[in-house]
Design a protein around this ligand. Structure first.
Ligand SMILES: C[S@@+](CC[C@H](N)C(=O)[O-])C[C@H]1O[C@@H](n2cnc3c(N)ncnc32)[C@H](O)[C@@H]1O
Length: 265
């Protein structure tokens, strides 16, 4: 992981070199539409308040749970006793980005949603509430964390989430083998180069022209930046959008040329 100072320098570079978030100078109609209708949609949904109040309670919860740590090879390397409030403060996607994912789902209407890395289910809840008639398959290795997520789904009366518990190396591989096509995936599990590029290669086989892949923390470390470079340059990717804290990939065939955008958000 980069030091906080390096991340700050990289973030400032992104702020100064990326397209402004109003779409000025963006010639792609698809990207302009994305900025206008999705990025700049500031409407508060009813569920935003409910999910954020649950996040607040996690941030105050001092309960200690026993959590498995997953190594680079995806095997459990050790278990740790950790406080719920500490995990909630460090692992969950921020309100701003979780709400962006909700808005992407609402706007592009994928028929099926996948999240790799559930944690306490805060982002899963945003994904599920965006379209209650669509199933969200989410994956978590730690059973104590998964238990908290399940409790949260009950509190929010969410019925369209399947939580798959266990090491991604087993659960996710088996699951993907049984899918013909994938529509939307949020990859927020193992933030290292090898697993990230490996998940991408596995997902690639199942991508169609309407698939959207979102990778978390693409500038978090040198490894993740290398992974993002490798991924966005794959021939099948026709458009990549770098929002610094997440990277979004599209596979549509109606773009004349492949394009990479970095956009302020
Ligand atoms: C960053 S958190 C996910 C946060 C969540 N997407 C959110 O925004 O609310 C990543 C989660 O992935 C799980 N994880 C990491 N590597 C894993 C692996 N190899 N197998 C199973 N779970 C794993 C961790 O236990 C952790 O809870």
């Amino acid at each position: 992981m980069y030091s906080p100072l390096t991340i700050l320098k990289k973030y400032l570079h992104y702020r100064f070199t990326s397209s402004n978030g109003k779409g000025h100078g963006v010639h792609s109609p698809f990207v302009f539409d994305f900025i206008d209708k999705v990025l700049n949609d500031k409407k508060e949904r009813v569920c935003y308040k409910e999910i954020e109040s649950l996040r607040e309670s996690l941030l105050k919860d001092k309960t200690i749970i026993e959590v498995e740590d997953f190594g680079a090879g995806s095997s459990v390397i050790k278990t740790n006793k950790r406080r719920i409030d500490k995990i909630a403060a460090s692992s969950l996607k921020s309100k701003k980005f979780a709400q962006l994912l909700h808005q992407i789902i609402e706007y592009y209407k994928p028929n099926h949603i996948i999240e790799l890395g559930t944690s306490f289910g805060i982002t899963s809840s945003y994904l599920a509430k965006a379209n209650p008639s669509v199933i969200v398959d989410t994956f978590e290795g730690s059973s104590a964390i998964a238990q908290v997520a399940r409790r949260n789904f009950e509190k929010l009366k969410i019925n369209n989430i399947n939580l798959h518990e266990g090491d991604f190396a087993k659960t996710f591989n088996t699951f993907l083998n049984n899918q013909n096509r994938i529509d939307f995936v949020f990859i927020d599990g193992n933030h290292k180069k090898e697993p990230t590029t490996q998940y991408f290669n596995m997902l690639l086989d199942k991508c169609s022209e309407n698939t959207i892949l979102v990778f978390d923390d693409i500038h978090w470390s040198k490894e993740m930046e290398e992974a993002w470079d490798f991924i966005k340059n794959n021939d099948a990717v026709t458009l990549s959008i770098d929002l610094f804290f997440v990277g979004i990939l599209f596979f549509r065939q109606d773009f004349k040329v492949k394009q990479h955008f970095s956009i302020q958000f």
